[in-house]
Write a new protein. Structure first.
Length: 139
């Protein structure tokens, strides 16, 4: 039995709707922009899209770490039990995540006996809302 990784989306929230649809809220595509450090995010979700070649009981562990220092930001562990072979959609939500530095971070999802699936992203500085760059239009 093996699990493979298709992709991971980084967002604020994932809601599972009636009929099995997923609503993704606050999708980030170029990393996470924060106005200051330290900064708490109320919600950070990793939407892991995987495939399994057989039904089973799979133990996992997930870690969010700062790449350079290796410091742990958040972690989770547990089991998933896909009822059949095929796609597995696995949202992992963390509440009140505290980022202590700008730079590169890694989300690592590992299933027993397999190499971890890694998703790397940047946490960058962005001006707070309401602060604008002043410019003079050409005449």
């Amino acid at each position: 039995m093996a699990i493979t990784h298709d992709y991971t989306l980084i967002c604020e929230q994932v809601r599972i709707e009636m009929g099995g649809k997923f609503t993704v809220v606050g999708l980030t595509t170029g990393g996470i922009g924060l106005p200051q450090i330290p900064f708490p995010l109320l919600s950070l979700t990793f939407l892991n899209v995987l495939k399994t070649d057989a039904p089973g009981n799979f133990k996992f562990s997930g870690k969010l770490t700062q790449l350079l220092s290796g410091s742990l930001v958040a972690k989770a562990e547990g089991f998933i039990q896909p009822p059949q072979a095929g796609p597995v959609v696995m949202p992992m939500q963390f509440l009140n995540v505290q980022f202590g530095a700008f730079g590169a971070y890694t989300w690592s999802l590992e299933f027993d006996g397999q190499e971890p699936f890694l998703t790397e992203f940047e946490v960058t500085h962005v001006p707070p809302i309401g602060q604008h760059i002043n410019f003079q239009p050409r005449r």
